[in-house]
Ligand binder design. Structure first.
Ligand code: NAD
Ligand code: LMR
Length: 326
């Protein structure tokens, strides 16, 4: 192994997602089977001991690609020299809450982390925000990292994308590998718009009836997080970790020809989405960059759904502005 290890910082390392995520990173699934990694775990002081326990288990995995683990309770140290930052640490919602209810509780976490990334991360830093409300937390972190190119800050809607793939695959009775060009637009919230407008099955346009889309597919995908909390008593963890792995792997290694994926990225105003907010779009990845797919025709139904979710993101931006977080 000749390549220097890639530094990966994971916040909330002692939490449920952390527990599912760290072992997959250590086994090479985040970056590839030929890329050694060094883990930098960030926790709050009360959870450092639990993170140390997880680090002992990581040691016990004897992972060939894992070249070291450091644990911190100080963001400045945790992000020093890091190449990939997975911002997971935040409070999850419980039954009856919407993700937006976490804005005030969790928003405060992302300002110092943005500052620490700005101060010390490596030049090629890539940031994925998982902690909810993910889009607006990513906006907070980005706005405190003025020296880092804005396109390095992303929010996770890959879990929603994967959920949409799974639901459509069941409906059509085809494997997920047959499905292309699904898209999640807007916020990682109940207003998100999982779109099949451009979706293809086996190379042909997907045809499903509008009633199923409106009364089944869209609400099932958009409210899946709440359904999991209701069933498990805890928010999704292994599927969230899996989506985080997919998001970063695709970002680094690219999307396959003829397909795209979904990610929360900084809006450049494409499709009338307010410039500067972090919204989910259909995106391709090439040469280590996510780019918004351009030139798609948007029908009236899609337009209304996208606008509604974007309006919620604009409201969240205005709220964090008032709270002095951006
Ligand atoms: P958890 O409560 O099990 O773990 C969160 C961890 O974060 C805890 O160990 C806590 O000590 C730590 N933490 C809190 N503040 C921190 C800080 N300032 N710095 C570092 N660590 C800190 O929660 P979880 O189930 O792992 O979920 C984490 C977050 O991910 C939640 O906000 C949840 O809603 C969100 N989530 C997002 C998606 C998505 O698709 N975007 C999916 C699932 C969960
Ligand atoms: C999810 O989508 O499962 C997570 O965002 C957790 C939640 O609060 O829904």
């Amino acid at each position: 192994m000749t390549q220097a290890p890639v530094n990966v910082t994971v916040t909330g390392a002692a939490g449920q997602i952390g527990y599912a995520l760290l072992f997959r990173i250590a086994s090479g699934q985040l970056l590839g089977q030929d890329v050694p990694v060094k883990l930098r775990l960030l926790e709050i002081p009360q959870a450092v001991k639990a993170a140390e326990g997880t680090a002992m288990e990581l040691d016990d995995g004897a992972f060939p690609l894992l070249s070291g683990i450091d644990i911190f309770d100080d963001p400045k140290q945790a992000f020093e020299g890091t190449n990939i930052a997975l911002l997971v640490g935040a409070r999850p919602r419980s039954k009856g809450m919407e993700r937006g209810d976490l804005l005030e509780a969790n928003g405060g976490i992302f300002k110092p982390q943005g500052e620490a990334i700005n101060a010390g991360a490596a030049d090629d830093i890539k940031v994925l925000v998982v902690g909810n409300p993910a889009n607006t937390n990513a906006l907070i972190a980005k706005s405190h990292a003025p020296d880092v190119p804005a396109d390095r800050f992303t929010a996770m809607t890959r879990l929603d994308h994967n959920r949409a793939l799974a639901q459509l695959s069941k409906k059509l009775g085809v494997p997920v590998t047959e499905l292309k060009k699904l898209a999640i637009w807007g916020n990682h919230s109940a207003t998100q718009y999982p779109s099949v407008q451009h979706a293809e099955v086996g190379g042909k346009a997907v045809e499903v009836d509008q009633a199923w889309l409106e009364s089944d597919f869209i609400p099932t995908v958009a409210k899946r997080g709440a359904a999991i909390i209701e069933a498990r008593g805890l928010s999704s963890a292994a599927s969230a970790a899996s989506a985080a792995i997919d998001h970063v792997y695709t970002w680094v290694n690219g999307t396959p020809a003829g397909d795209w994926t979904s990610a929360g990225v900084v809006s450049d105003g494409s499709y009338g989405v307010a410039e500067g907010i972090i919204s989910s779009f259909p995106v391709t990845a090439k040469n280590g960059k996510y780019e918004i797919v351009q030139g798609l025709e948007i029908d009236d139904f899609s337009r209304a759904r996208i606008d509604a979710s974007v309006a919620e993101l604009v409201e969240e931006r205005d709220t964090v502005q008032k709270l002095g977080l951006i």
